[in-house]
Design a binder for this molecule. Structure first.
Ligand SMILES: *Cc1c(COP(=O)(O)O)cnc(C)c1O
Length: 505
């Protein structure tokens, strides 16, 4: 083992490197390591970091892991990718999957319809899929900061699930402070309570008058602001982000796509090498991007189906080649974690398919004119990989009811995938639907779908579903309603910077 490590260095083996989506500005480094990309996620011209290359793993890697645990698979993938994180830290990070409901199977894959299998990504501490990546990410980032003896401010913009998961993972961790921005009124009661009851000196939660895109653009602006960074520098604090603009999250979102496929092989649903559809409820496109990278590394995927709600900019992009926000405003839906129009990780796909020069051109066009149009050839390339559809609120509720009548309780984000499946899975292949939240996080919509109740608070909806489905309300959710509210800041978006600086005093 030791010898292997020495050889590794002697032979000058190159660790995983990252390049930029919008070309290089001559100021930022041309390429960075994984830890650099994590600590400073915004690249030249406001771009993002993407892997320079990915290994081709294919069937041998999958076959090798047919009997591996989730953690064994994850460890091998991360070491094969050769990120510059010590194995002991990787192990410590992956150990957080032991906090999931069933440590031996953190991501259960269950059959719901004949060809449709649901991969449940919500069994972590905050009951949504953000835990899949943010739990280990918290350890990785905090350990890099400690090793460098640096203090970090982590910004997180949330539509409701990233916030709780980021607060949970960084709570009381050394060398890290977290500011979490959420749209006031744009989250469920449970999501809000998960944030505003988080009591730790290193955490600050700020509600803003606006929607998620407002929160995210405020965040991106601060991340790119030289003056904000130098103000922080004078306090010896560096700045990073916990959103999926950070590749440190994406890397942990590749693993469960491989795992879910292997689960279908283990359950004798498919044979190794058989193609499947991945069906992903999408907002910022981090989950789908993980599936894209898994496919590039050799996962047998026919297509990645992108499911959206009424904020259907991704459906239109994939079906027409046009990303167009000129006539759009974010609308509030029953699947609020997907109430997003500016979907950050699409940029990484553009870069991979069309290169950095073209991506810079397209992203500038989007920023200046609020739209861009891919040419026919580009659109075809995109469609070779993805198909897409969207699901409105009443369709979603019908799918929730139908699944429940068949014995399966699911949340409204997961429901959008059922619509997309019906529309996009044109070949008789098995489909993996990703379930991104537990029923407890969006209970009023589900109670309405199942029992027709309207205008209920989360707590009453939880009780109603619990009774109908004959399933208990998990204690960590129940407990939220009696916890004291310690984070009560709600401000206009113009005042975010001032408020953050006040917290850092
Ligand atoms: C974040 C989230 C999504 C969207 O995932 P992206 O990776 O941003 O596309 C979907 N559903 C739920 C419940 C989420 O929390």
């Amino acid at each position: 083992m030791f010898l292997a490590i020495i050889l590794h260095f002697l032979l000058g083996y190159i660790i995983m490197k990252f390049i930029e989506t919008r070309t290089n500005d001559g100021i930022h480094p041309n390429e960075v390591t994984f830890s650099q990309a994590i600590l400073s996620p915004i690249a030249s011209f406001g771009g993002l970091y993407v892997p320079r290359e990915l290994p081709s793993l294919g069937e041998p890697f999958l076959s090798k892991h047919l009997n591996s645990s989730y953690k064994e698979l994850a460890f091998d993938l991360l070491t094969t990718l050769d990120i510059d994180i010590e194995p002991s830290v990787i192990n410590e990070a992956l150990a957080l999957y032991d906090k999931f409901d069933d440590p031996s199977n953190p991501v259960p894959v269950v059959k719901v319809r004949d060809d449709l299998y649901v991969s449940e990504l919500y069994h972590g501490p905050t009951r949504a899929f953000k835990d899949m990546a943010l739990q280990p990410f918290g350890i990785v980032l905090s350990s890099i900061a400690q090793k460098r003896n640096e203090e970090y401010l982590i910004l997180a913009a949330t539509s409701g699930d990233t916030g709780p998961a980021a607060l949970e993972t960084f709570k009381n961790r050394p060398n890290v402070r977290v500011v979490c921005l959420y749209p006031d009124g744009g989250t469920s009661d449970v999501q809000r309570l998960q944030m505003v009851t988080e009591d730790a000196k290193n955490l600050k939660v700020i509600g803003i008058h606006g929607d998620f895109d407002d929160a995210q653009s405020a965040l991106k602006k601060l991340l790119g602001s030289a003056t904000f960074k130098s103000t922080l520098k004078s306090k010896n604090i560096s700045l990073s982000a916990a959103n999926s603009v950070n590749f440190g999250r994406i890397i942990f979102q590749i693993i469960y796509h491989l795992h879910s496929y292997l689960e279908l092989v283990r359950q004798n649903v498919i044979i190794m090498g058989e193609k499947v559809y991945l069906d992903v409820p999408s907002g910022n496109f981090g989950n789908a991007l993980g599936g894209y990278y898994a496919t590039k590394m050799g996962l047998p995927v026919e297509k990645i189906i992108i499911a959206s709600n009424e904020n259907n900019v991704l459906t239109r992009l994939i079906n027409t080649g046009r990303y167009d926000l000129r006539h759009d405003k974010v609308v509030s839906t029953t699947s609020p974690a997907m109430d997003i129009l500016i979907s950050s990780n699409v940029e990484r796909i553009l870069c991979d398919l069309f290169g950095d020069i073209r991506t810079k051109e397209l992203m500038e066009k989007l920023e200046n004119d609020r739209f861009y149009t891919l040419d026919d050839d580009e659109t075809m390339k995109l469609q070779a990989m993805f198909s897409a559809d969207y699901c409105n609120g009443s369709e979603g509720k019908a799918y929730i009811k139908e699944a429940f009548d068949g014995g399966y309780l699911m949340d409204p984000h997961t429901a959008t995938c059922f619509k997309a499946y019906d529309c996009c899975a044109t070949q008789p292949l098995k489909t993996i639907v990703y379930s991104t939240a537990e029923w407890t996080k969006f209970s009023p919509t589900i109670a309405n779908a199942l029992n027709g109740v309207v205008d209920v608070q989360d707590i009453d909806a939880l009780k109603s579903i619990s009774k109908t489905a004959n399933t208990p309300i998990p204690t960590m959710i129940q407990g939220l309603f009696s916890k004291p509210i310690v984070q009560d800041t709600v401000i206009d978006k113009e005042n975010i910077e001032t408020e953050i600086l006040k917290f850092l005093e």
